[in-house]
Design a protein around this ligand. Structure first.
Ligand code: DGL
Length: 291
């Protein structure tokens, strides 16, 4: 399948209805990409899906940039060879803000990245006080700073690199709920009041793990804000690239979950993956540092 990424137009066989169900690989360091997978699947229910988690290297937010580039390229090499996706969604801000150029250089498969939703945040804010909540890696990226400069130069932007939130989201999904106090402590720096009395009214969820905790954040926030999740925009982009849904396609098979360690696959986690449509799980060990 060939996709003209520049124009967002497609010359794919899918659009001409000759290739059956396209295969979409959704990739993250762990379970955060599930928040993106849900939206993409809603937009393209006819596709077949592989959800890949590089849990052997989780969390990506703490890896040095050169280590992360090498790691994602190595894991993707194997995923592309094994699953032969028609399109890959890098459902990870920490990876997308760094590795997309290298991925596009190494593979012919089209990649859709997830990057901090600064532009919609700048459009939504009324107070012009915005927070970007992300991993320590994403807040340090030159890419993130360029985005802010380009789209939110008239806003006061607070960058919060949360050390533990992605891990908390994983724990919740694995059936180990996190204490209110711990969660409140992680999101507290997002809420800022300036000297002139203006305060944060928009928070960007710039890590795909965080929408998994959104209902908790809403309850714990010291005042109501708009939380921006980029996943619906990603789903629109995927549909744009693959063309419209093929209504005649047979019902898609249950999704496959592929893990590079699988150590955290507790019974409650397997159950919540099943509820999200991931019916089978493959563990292909790939320890960090041995790629
Ligand atoms: N879900 C990933 C993101 O969107 C990061 C979590 C991690 O630190 O591995 O940034």
């Amino acid at each position: 399948m060939r996709i003209d990424l520049m124009a967002g137009a497609t010359t794919s066989a899918v659009a001409r209805n000759v290739v059956p169900t396209p295969t979409i690989l959704v990739f993250d360091s762990g379970l955060g990409g599930l928040s993106v997978l849900d939206q993409v699947r809603r937009a393209r229910p006819d596709a077949s899906y592989v959800y890949a988690a590089d849990d052997a290297a989780f969390p990506y937010g703490r890896l040095a940039e050169p280590v992360l580039v090498d790691r994602v390229l190595a894991v993707m090499e194997r995923l592309v060879a094994v699953h032969r996706p028609d399109l890959v969604v890098v459902a990870c801000n920490t990876a997308s803000t760094l590795v997309l150029p290298a991925l596009r250089q190494h593979f012919t498969t089209p990649f859709v990245g997830v990057v901090p939703p600064i532009k919609p945040a700048a459009e939504a804010t009324r107070s012009r006080v915005v927070t970007l909540l992300a991993t320590p890696g994403t807040v340090a990226r030159a890419y993130t700073h360029d985005l802010i400069e380009t789209y939110a130069s008239t806003c006061a932007v607070t960058l919060v690199g949360a050390p533990n939130l992605a891990g908390y989201a994983e724990a919740e999904l694995a059936g180990r709920p996190i204490d209110d106090l711990e969660l409140a402590r992680e999101i507290a720096p997002c809420f800022v009041t300036l000297e002139d009395g203006r305060r944060t009214d928009v928070v960007c969820l710039a890590c795909t793990h965080y929408p998994l905790l959104l209902t908790r954040f809403q309850v714990l926030a010291p005042w109501p804000v708009t939380w921006i999740d980029p996943a619906p925009a990603i789903a629109r982009r995927v549909t744009q690239l693959l063309g419209p849904v093929d209504r005649t396609a047979p019902a898609a098979a249950p999704m496959l979950g592929a893990f590079t360690a699988g150590g955290g696959l507790t019974q409650p986690l397997r159950h919540s993956l099943m509820l999200r449509g991931i019916g089978s799980i493959a563990v292909e060990p790939m320890p960090l540092g041995r790629q």
